[in-house]
Design a protein around this ligand. Sequence first.
Ligand code: PLP
Length: 384
Amino acid sequence: MLPLVRAEDVVLEINLGAIQANFRTVSTLVGPRVRVAAVIKSDAYGLGIVDIARALIDAGCDLLLVANLDEGLLLRSSFIGVEIAVFHDQLDKFGRWYRAHRLIPVVNNCRELDAISTEGNRQMYFLNVETGFSRFGLGIDDVRSQCVLRTFERHRPSVVLSHLACSECAWDGTNILQRDRFRAICDLLRPTRGSLAASAGVWLGKPYHFDMVRVGSALYGINTAGAQPNPLQPVTKLRARILDVCNVPPGEAVGYGATFRTARASRVAVAGIGYKHGLPWSCANKLSVRFAGYSAPVIGRISMEYITIDITDLPKALCGPGAFVELLDEDFTVGDLAAAAGVSPQEVLTRLGAGCTRQYLNSSSPFRASLAHRGEADGIGAPR
Ligand SMILES: *Cc1c(COP(=O)(O)O)cnc(C)c1O
């Protein structure tokens, strides 16, 4: 029979204290007059929506943004007081649900605006406007015609928002174009508050902050703006257990497609992490892992459940079955892994979060803290 408490093979460690520190860093950057809304859609970028929400609320966040009603309802069942806004979910059909659970809808088109502006409805809502992203939002002509129809006078949005396409490149002219279009719309809707910037937009400076910024990536330690020196703390560590070690003669193929061939008699460790857990297939032969300060290259393809690592140069005692290899740490972050794999860091994070066992560090909840502690105690070489 399997032991009741079985140590995990793949652990994504999530430092809640680092997420809180990143929230404070962004708050300091934008200053006290700009509200910082936390984007925790997609299960908080894979890190666990309820745990991350709790940490952010503890850090002083009072507005959470989610993708859909399911996420909104889940959050509302855990948190009574905080404001929650839903980016997009059939407002014209489910208006009742928004009202009953005090979820703030984002209005994305005229159909939804009609639905929410029915006689007597005083429900708070945000208005999304289109300035150059072509993904939801009323265009400036729609806004003008609704102004003529006096819809906004009757029922004013509390925030008008738009999304930047190129904020990761500070020098891209699209930023200025979108900001000017956004300003023109804000002028029409005064005194409604404005929100244009997501994480990278924070680094574009004051003219992009308006009244509120909406940050996701920055909270999770992803430096989308490439800010140097990087003021954001890394949030995640990733480790996987070595399942087996084998001796491979020179000239042998390692893994699918024989993309790697040993040049010498080698020791190869097999670790229990693969693309099923969210490790990008495209990082094959481009990645190293760490063992207690040593580094060793991942060789051959990433398979569904496993990777293979050349440990020939490492001390034998360090990397036997049961030991853990580190794939992400302070020095090699999600951003570095994404760059090696040629994919976006947000994609890597959401997939790893969904595929690995998550453990939380620096949690205020004693239950979580003890779980995290158990993970630590398991450490290197723990028996299964
Ligand atoms: C996802 C999202 C954000 C957050 O973007 P980050 O770059 O991760 O900070 C902000 N606004 C909207 C509309 C989004 O969809």
